[in-house]
Design a protein around this ligand. Structure first.
Ligand SMILES: N[C@@H](CCC(=O)N[C@@H](CS)C(=O)NCC(=O)O)C(=O)O
Length: 205
């Protein structure tokens, strides 16, 4: 088994899907949590000048979703054939759209604009994403409450991670989406994830 080291900041952000995947696979990994003070000195030494980077036996991999998909393939969490992989990917890419919307709120400095973005997320975007994901959950052929296939895939982790963001803006975001609420619970019943989530440091993003 290769050795894994995740280099990222001390937030969930674009590193968390990688952490969740390694955790769900029962794979131990080292972490280098970079402080914002140390980042400018490290940045020029990183292939893309951005994090996360995953070192696999010392080889540096970039791009969070490429890394997460690579790990999912390694650990049998990517879908069993190319159709299933697409059904998993459509959830991952929806999660990426959700993160893009969420970071707009997170990084907005001006209070009035920030409130406006939040209102739009809570009233429009979050229910929109929840409808899309409910549709995927109902129509991707998943069994046992999972999106795809009958075991946990990257799709389940991506959906969980997306709503970790959204539930901070509206604790009732899943109230009208009982299948997604049950799905969230199902993911949290995974023993390895449960232990990880209980100890995970609080992080808005
Ligand atoms: N598409 C890249 C985006 C990476 C990215 O935006 N990284 C941010 C943190 S989430 C970063 O390194 N920011 C610091 C910088 O650009 O100097 C990925 O998904 O890995």
């Amino acid at each position: 088994m290769p050795s894994y080291k995740l280099i990222y900041f001390a937030v969930r952000g674009r590193g968390e899907l990688i952490r969740l995947t390694l955790t769900a696979a029962g794979q131990s990994f080292e972490e280098d949590r970079i402080t914002f003070e140390d980042w400018p000195a490290l940045k020029p030494k990183i292939p893309t000048g951005q994090l996360p980077v995953l070192e696999v036996d010392g080889k540096q991999l970039s791009q969070s979703l490429a890394i997460a998909r690579y790990l999912a393939r390694e650990f049998g969490m990517a879908g069993k054939d190319s159709l299933e992989q697409c059904l998993v990917d459509q959830v991952i890419d929806t999660g990426a759209d959700g993160l893009t919307a969420f970071v707009k709120w997170y990084f907005e400095k001006e209070e009035e604009k920030k409130e406006e973005i939040k209102k739009n997320l809570v009233e429009t975007s979050i229910p929109h994403f929840a409808k899309i994901l409910t549709n995927f959950l109902e129509n991707s052929g998943g069994k046992n409450g999972f999106f795809v296939g009958s075991t946990l895939t990257l799709a389940d982790l991506a959906c969980h991670e997306m709503f970790t963001d959204f539930l901070q803006l509206n604790a009732d975001a899943l109230k009208d989406f009982p299948k997604l609420a049950a799905h969230r619970q199902k993911v949290e019943e995974n023993e390895a994830l449960k232990a990880y989530l209980e100890k995970r440091p609080e992080s808005v993003i």
